[in-house]
Design a protein around this ligand. Structure first.
Ligand code: SF4
Length: 207
């Protein structure tokens, strides 16, 4: 793909969402962030923020999560969905971090060994907290990338590789934020806002 098209697409997204665009999950610490990302699987950021508003006041350290009562924790995160899995993953992640000396790892290889942390979660965490060049591919990123012809694949790892080939490395960490926001507010899965879309000239579906 020509660089011109990619630059134009990300230029429009930068204008829409600003250079300071952030993920929409609320957090103060790296532990908050990792917990919020795990909770956000199959759940809206809005719902996660409602739940974590109370959760982060009660659970402040890795030990707080590692020693959490499973039933109580399940009830506290119940509305995020998949609450049993998420409880087991968050408590398991905290125990694994304790075994590592209490510090959350800052590299992909070690992060994906933590319970509940897959490649997508690790990429969001590395890009957001550590400001490292990483591209997290979720359902929004995958859908929008295909519609805009940035990839032909449905496989998240292939999409990540395709995006890394066409986007400047310095911009990698913003790719997820921009494509998620664009997918959430404009290029929705059902009834995308094509009439007002500023990227329609690049869109394979619109054509
Ligand atoms: Fe998405 Fe419609 Fe824009 Fe295409 S024209 S990128 S489908 S919002």
């Amino acid at each position: 793909m020509e660089n011109g098209k990619t630059n134009e697409i990300f230029g429009v997204l930068r204008e829409l969402f600003g250079v300071e665009a952030k993920i929409e999950l609320n957090y103060a610490t790296e532990l908050d962030l990792l917990v919020a990302i795990i909770l956000s699987a199959q759940c809206t950021d809005k719902r996660v923020n409602l739940v974590t508003e109370k959760l982060f006041k009660k659970y402040r350290t890795v030990a707080d999560y590692a020693n959490a009562d499973v039933k109580i924790f399940e009830s506290e995160i119940h509305s995020c969905g998949f609450y049993r899995n998420k409880t087991s993953n968050i408590i398991g992640m905290a125990k694994a971090v304790q075994e590592l000396g209490g510090k959350i790892p800052a590299d992909m290889e070690a992060l994906v060994k933590l319970p509940g942390v897959g490649r997508k979660t690790a990429n969001v965490f590395l890009a957001e907290w550590h400001k490292l060049p990483a591209i997290a591919v979720d359902t929004h990123v995958a859908r929008v990338s295909r519609r805009l012809g940035l990839t032909k694949s449905k496989n998240p790892e292939v999409i990540e590789r395709d995006l890394k080939q066409i986007v400047d490395k310095k911009d990698w960490r913003r790719v997820n934020i921009y494509l998620v926001l664009f997918g959430r507010y404009y290029c929705k899965a059902i009834k995308p806002q094509c009439e007002v879309c500023k990227l329609k000239k690049h869109c394979l579906e619109f054509k």
